[in-house]
Design a protein around this ligand. Sequence first.
Ligand SMILES: NC(=O)c1ccc[n+]([C@@H]2O[C@H](COP(=O)([O-])OP(=O)(O)OC[C@H]3O[C@@H](n4cnc5c(N)ncnc54)[C@H](OP(=O)(O)O)[C@@H]3O)[C@@H](O)[C@H]2O)c1
Length: 269
Amino acid sequence: MGRRHAVIGYGRLAAALVPALRAAGEDVVVGRRSPGDGELGVADAMRAADWVWLTVPDDHIAAIAAALPWRAGQLALHCSGATPLAALAPAPAAAGFHPLKLLAGDAGLAGAHVGIEADAAQQPVLQALAHALGLVPLALPAPMSGEARAAYHAAANLAASGVLAVLAEAQSLWVAAGLAPSDALPALTPLTRGALDTALARGLAGAVSGPVARGDAGVLARHLDALAAAGLDTDLLLALGRRQLALAEAAGRLDAAQLTALHALLGSR
Ligand SMILES: NC(=O)c1ccc[n+]([C@@H]2O[C@H](COP(=O)([O-])OP(=O)(O)OC[C@H]3O[C@@H](n4cnc5c(N)ncnc54)[C@H](OP(=O)(O)O)[C@@H]3O)[C@@H](O)[C@H]2O)c1
């Protein structure tokens, strides 16, 4: 007989996970605080399951795990990037299965990497499940410390919502230039996609372009003036400029005079 899954909490992650598990032939019950048709209460769902997924907000995982009536043989899982497995300590066994994907609306899981933290016995089973769901398994160190979890999750967040924050700044500058706000994202996001495609092909240092990477200090100075004139602070442009300069330096693209001028403008020396 196959294993049965209970998925506790039906938010954005569960709305992608449950159909994917079912499509892969897994037996799934959904447990909710207010169960609807075909769903169970939280404790009833978990009692009937071998694998219990706590797909609830990160800050509630430990309290919910502590309140559930675990029995021998059950595996508790969470899908959080930031939460150490210690939060699942009341369960007899625990694993992390963190899809590296922003889930909103109809976004499915397939194609994303999934960070898996598990002991040596569970890792192969979870990797097989990842493949069955169309995910790319990525074995995380086990155990992964709270600090390492925080760094890993910050990396994932920067790569997703951090890019959105950069685009918000770009959009503000676009409007400051007197251009139509509605044109900003359609015109700018192909640049983002192009930079990402080039970075995947050539690496970050090989892909970086623009005035910093070219050593064009005069243009960078005019960018900083434009921000000030638009009433925007220069912190983000300066911080991003310093990291672009590090990439251009790593690629050996700038001579000593260019480096001196750029470091002076960016306040990095
Ligand atoms: N969304 C993403 O992009 C994403 C990506 C990767 C990983 N994750 C991880 O997936 C997990 C779930 O995130 P989410 O985005 O799906 O959150 P969410 O959309 O806010 O949904 C969480 C669900 O948890 C349930 N819940 C909330 N408080 C509860 C409580 N006290 N007791 C029992 N159930 C409770 C609710 O479901 P009911 O309506 O059923 O009560 C709620 O819909 C988190 O660990 C998150 O870090 C999310």
